[in-house]
Design a protein around this ligand. Structure first.
Ligand code: ZN
Length: 428
C-alpha cells in the first residue's frame, strides 16, 4: 500500500523532539519515502496513492519500542499480585507457567500485541519460552518482535539456544532473535560459559535480567564473590555488547562495565514499583553516557503494557531518586522510548521518521484536552499523554490499529475468550 499523510505535525526524532508543523509523510510499501515540510516537497514525485489520510493537525512520531517484556504472561494479569517477589515467582508464576500447553503462548501473545498497538508500541523485545510460538504470533499479526533467549537451568539448553538463534533470525522479516538467558540467579556457570561461546561464535550481543533485586545481587556475591554484571563480564558474556533488564542495584564498577562495553540498560519502572524492587539510577546512567531504553516487563508484574505510564514513571522515579525535579527530563525519556529502544533491539532501520526507514509510526490525537495547549508536544506526551491519544499504529507500512479498531486478522472477542479459557484451564 502507498499511503500519504498530509496536514500532520511531525516529530521525526532526528533532532530531539523538534516539530515540523506543516508536515507531510509518504509511505510506499514498507518504507517511509518522504518525511518533511509540505513546502519542501517539490522535486519529490508521488506514486499512485492507495489512501490519503488527512491528519487534521495531529502528530506523527516513531512508534514506541517496548524494550523488555514477556508477552505471553498476559494470562497471569491480576492473578498473582501483592506478594513479595520470590513468593510471586516461585509459588504463583512458575507453577502456572508449567501448565501452558499447545498453542497457549501463541494466543496469549496476541492479547499482548493488541495492547501494544493501543499504546503506540510498534515493536517488542520479548523473552519467554517457546519462542517459535511468539514469533508465529507476531508474524501472523504483522507485528515486529525481537526475541531474547530465555535460557536457564530449567528450560532449554545451549544447543536449543543456538538453534533458536540461527532459525528465528531467518524465520520472517518481522522477527529477529538475540542471544539471552533469564538471569544469573537462574542460570548456572556451565550454561553461562556456553552463552559466552555463542556470543563469540556469532559476534552477538547478549541480554538478561540483571540486578533487579537486592537479594539477587547479594546471593550472586555469596556464590561468585562479585556482582552479577562483573561476574557475567568475567565470563565473556558481553564481548559483543548486549545489556540488562531492570539494572536497579548497580555498583560503580557495574556501571563502568556498561559504559565500557556499550551495554543497554533497559529500565522497567512499572514493574519495579509494583514488585518493590527499587529505583534504577537512570540520571546517573545518563550522566555516564550509558545507553538507555524502556520496557514494560511482563503483564504479570506490571500489570499493563503501556509506554505512556512507563515514560511518566521513568522521569518521575528518576526525579524522586535524585530529589531533583530537573532530573531525567522528558525529552530524553521520549528518546529512550523510541530511538533508544530501537537501537537496543538492533532495529536501526526503525528508529526515526526518515526517508528510507521502515514505516513503524503512530498518530497521536492532539484534539483531546490532555494534549492541549501545544506549548511542548514532547512534554505533553510524557507528562500528560495516554493511550487514549493513540489514533493509529502502523508497523512495516501496515495500519494494524486505527480509531479503536484492530487489523490483525483476528476478532478481539475471540482472543479475550481464549485467554480466559487458558487461565481457567491452568487454575484447575
Ligand atoms: Zn522481565
Amino acid at each position: 500500500m502507498n499511503i500519504r499523510f498530509y496536514r500532520v505535525k511531525l516529530m521525526t526524532m532526528e533532532d530531539g523532539t523538534d516539530i515540523i508543523h506543516d508536515g507531510e509523510l509518504w509511505v510506499e510499501g514498507k518504507k517511509i519515502t518522504y518525511a518533511g515540510s509540505q513546502r519542501d516537497i517539490q522535486g519529490h514525485f508521488p506514486p499512485k496513492w492507495d489512501r490519503e489520510i488527512d491528519g487534521k493537525g495531529n502528530l506523527l512520531l516513531p512508534g514506541f519500542k517496548n524494550a523488555h517484556t514477556h508477552s505471553a504472561m498476559t494470562f497471569l494479569r491480576s492473578y498473582a499480585d501483592d506478594l513479595p517477589l520470590l513468593d510471586w515467582l516461585n509459588k504463583q508464576v512458575f507453577p502456572m507457567e508449567a501448565k501452558l500447553q499447545g498453542d497457549d503462548i501463541y494466543l496469549l501473545c496476541k492479547l499482548a500485541l493488541m495492547e501494544y498497538l493501543t499504546s503506540g508500541i510498534t515493536a517488542n523485545f520479548d523473552m519467554y519460552f517457546q519462542p517459535r510460538q511468539i514469533a508465529r504470533s507476531s508474524a501472523d499479526c504483522g507485528f515486529r518482535t525481537v526475541l531474547a533467549g530465555a535460557l536457564n537451568d530449567f528450560v532449554s539448553s545451549i544447543e536449543e539456544e543456538e538453534e533458536n538463534y540461527v532459525e528465528l533470525n531467518h524465520f520472517h522479516p518481522l522477527i529477529r532473535y538475540h542471544l539471552g538467558f533469564h538471569g544469573e540467579y537462574t542460570t548456572g556457570k556451565e550454561r553461562l560459559r556456553g552463552i559466552a561461546r555463542l556470543a563469540e561464535k556469532y559476534k552477538a550481543p547478549v541480554f538478561s535480567h540483571n540486578s533487579e533485586s537486592i537479594s539477587e545481587v547479594e546471593q550472586c556475591i555469596q556464590r561468585n564473590g562479585t556482582t552479577p554484571t562483573v561476574y557475567l563480564d568475567s565470563l565473556g558474556i558481553f564481548q559483543y555488547g548486549g545489556g540488562g533488564y531492570h539494572c536497579i542495584h548497580m555498583s560503580q564498577e557495574d556501571l563502568e562495565i556498561f559504559k565500557k562495553r556499550g551495554l543497554w540498560a533497559v529500565t522497567n519502572p512499572g514493574s519495579n514499583v509494583k514488585l518493590a524492587s527499587g529505583i534504577a539510577p537512570v540520571q546517573k546512567m545518563m550522566d555516564m553516557g550509558i545507553h538507555l531504553a524502556i520496557g514494560t516487563d511482563g503483564p504479570a508484574s506490571n500489570n499493563c503494557l503501556d509506554m505512556f505510564r512507563e515514560m511518566f514513571l521513568t522521569t518521575g522515579l528518576g526525579k524522586l531518586r535524585e530529589q531533583n525535579a530537573a532530573a531525567v527530563e522528558a525529552d530524553h525519556v521520549l528518546w529512550m522510548a523510541t530511538v533508544g529502544g530501537a537501537h537496543a533491539m538492533g532495529l536501526w532501520d526503525c528508529d526515526t521518521l526518515t526517508a528510507g526507514k521502515c514505516a513503524d509510526l503512530i498518530m497521536i490525537d492532539l484534539h483531546q484536552p490532555n494534549m492541549q495547549p501545544e506549548n511542548n508536544l514532547g512534554k505533553n506526551l510524557v507528562y500528560s499523554g495516554s493511550k487514549q491519544n493513540v489514533k493509529m499504529t502502523m508497523v512495516n507500512g501496515n495500519i494494524l490499529y486505527e480509531n479503536g479498531t484492530f487489523y490483525i486478522g483476528e476478532e478481539p472477542e475471540w482472543i479475550y475468550r481464549k485467554a480466559n479459557e487458558i487461565i481457567n484451564k491452568c487454575r484447575n
